[in-house]
Write a protein that binds this ligand. Structure first.
Ligand code: ATP
Length: 509
């Protein structure tokens, strides 16, 4: 992927259509009408996702001396979630529309007073999007026209429903019906999925699907310290599914109800320079995103304002990505003090301390937490890599090509092996031999059907960085070379088998 921004024309419709057409992502339970907030990854999506996970695990765990891995259970003792604060506080503010039965996240439902000549004449509402302010302004102008109000309309000031005064709520129109009077005041909605463990379905058997993987690292902290020969500073990393009953799942896989997280808890000394460590991890995360092909131009930082942080938090910075639907959180890096370990020590009665050889004192380590969603990364690489281009075919005619410029590190298929003609046994034999050799180490694809130009296009569309064609020069000229065709430049050159392996070795790591 180059460092230039993806063309502005990339739309979510195009991404969703390609994802379905080429088998990256399907709606869950599609034959039953789909299930909102749940998705399936098809053959290419599963490969892409696995490559993202593997790159992260290799770079975060295997190639570092100070981070170890963990795989904790999805359903944990319910007391974990009481101690962590999730039972009481993992909530989103929810607003119901009593007429349409629609539910909205209060902080995603915006409204504005329609003020004409300084007097409030009514209210308009709109759902959060990059166009919210413009939509509210247009709605206010329409409101004024419909009611034939004379006078000057003030520019609208957008607020979300958490800011609505009690007397305003009844006057704000529901986005579903366009009429006021049906919206409820915001109330807290806990996003954890509940289940029951064992044969009894009563309060005593209630358990939760984890809403984050992080608590596994805190609860197993002592187990890792006592068995893993780790020394501060060190991290525990985990990749796994998390579940949140999101009120409004949306933007394709960006906000779903079942998703996958890659989280790492980096434990540091209580006296360590946490701000420096925080900054180092933010930079590490940015560099890692670039290493899997996300362009720097699409990445930015958002520092959470101090007054909005939880009381225990020292600082949170989100790495943001420019999706087609706006700039949104991709990766959160939080400095969480020693809150989580202290909570679990208090709730379990088991100290979560480390002995400091220098001071001969015990203390509870502090933590820096980089937490990212695999699905959000996958959507980012799809959006940044997608392009529609006009190119010339072999005969010079202009045609359209759709291309996914995946980094070779994460591309679902690394190389396509293409015998020029399927009815020439000499070509097919060499192609099959090469295919068998390559597939022991890399994801490769063998394709002998159709014109070579069409086969190249098919690979462009699924993001395969290289195609190798076994042609007449391969058998007629000395040195057994193949045609290597590069996806991004569409340039072609001759390459030997040894050079091909060296190329893959360099770029696929
Ligand atoms: P948001 O504000 O977008 O809901 P969050 O701040 O609650 O996210 P965290 O609890 O910090 O998110 O979770 C860490 C990461 O997990 C996020 O940065 C994101 O990449 C991913 N994530 C969180 N919720 C979802 C979801 N519903 N669907 C997909 N990925 C998610």
């Amino acid at each position: 992927m180059s460092d230039t921004p993806a063309p502005a024309a990339v739309t979510m419709d195009a991404i969703v259509a390609l994802a379905k057409r080429r088998g990256f992502i399907f709606q869950s339970s599609e034959i039953y009408g789909g299930f909102n907030g749940f998705f399936d990854y098809g053959p290419l999506g599963a490969e892409l996702k696995k490559n993202i996970r593997d790159c992260w695990w290799d770079d975060m765990v295997r190639r570092r001396d100070d981070v170890v891995g963990l795989e904790s259970s999805i359903i944990m003792h319910p007391k974990v979630w009481e101690a962590s604060g999730h039972v009481a506080g993992f909530t989103d503010p929810l607003v119901d529309c009593k007429v349409s039965k629609q539910r909205y996240r209060a902080d995603q439902l915006f409204f504005a007073a329609v003020i004409v000549d300084g007097k409030t004449a009514g209210y308009v509402s709109a759902l959060e999007s990059e166009k919210t302010a413009a939509e509210l302004q247009a709605a206010a102008e329409l409101f004024k026209r419909k009611k034939a109000l004379q006078g000057t309309l003030s520019p609208v000031v957008a607020k979300d429903m958490t800011e609505a005064q009690p007397d305003e709520i009844a006057l704000i129109p529901s986005p579903a019906t366009g009429e006021p009077g049906s919206l409820t005041p915001p109330r807290s909605f806990n996003m954890m999925f509940q289940t029951n463990v064992g044969a009894m379905t009563d309060a005593s058997s209630v358990a939760y699907l984890r809403p984050e993987t992080a608590q596994g690292m805190f609860v197993d902290f002592k187990n890792v310290v006592d068995t893993g020969r780790v020394k501060l500073p060190f991290g525990i990393a985990q990749i796994g599914k998390s579940f949140r009953n999101e009120i409004t799942p949306r933007n394709f896989i960006f906000r779903s109800r079942e998703f996958e997280q890659m989280e790492m808890e980096y434990f540091i000394h209580e006296d360590a320079d946490w701000a420096k460590c925080h900054e180092e991890w933010i930079t590490w995360c940015e560099n890692w995103l670039k290493s899997i092909g996300l362009p720097a131009s699409h990445l930015s930082r958002y520092t959470h304002p101090k007054e909005k942080l939880a009381f225990y938090s020292r600082g949170t910075v989100d790495i943001m990505f420019s999706y087609p639907f706006g700039v949104q959180e991709l990766w959160g890096i939080a400095a969480r003090g020693n809150y989580d370990l202290t909570q679990h020590a208090n709730a379990s009665g088991k100290p979560q301390e480390i002995f400091d050889e220098a001071t001969k004192k015990k203390f509870v380590p502090h933590v820096i937490e980089p937490a990212v969603g695999v699905d959000r990364i996958l959507l980012a690489v799809l959006c940044a890599g997608y392009a529609e281009e006009e190119v010339k075919d072999e005969k010079g005619a202009v045609e359209k090509r759709t291309v996914l410029r995946f980094s070779p590190r994460i591309a679902p298929v690394k190389v396509a092996i293409l015998p020029l003609l399927k009815n020439k046994p000499e070509l097919v034999a060499i192609a099959q031999k090469l295919h068998a050799k390559l597939r022991r180490k890399y994801a490769v694809f063998y394709d002998e059907a159709g014109a070579i130009g069409r086969r190249y296009r098919r690979q462009d569309e699924i993001g395969t960085p290289w195609c190798v064609t076994i042609d007449f020069d391969t058998i007629e000229k000395p040195g057994e070379t193949f045609t290597l065709r590069e996806r991004d430049t569409m340039s072609q050159r001759r390459i030997t088998e040894a050079e091909l392996f060296a190329l893959l070795e360099e770029h696929v790591y």
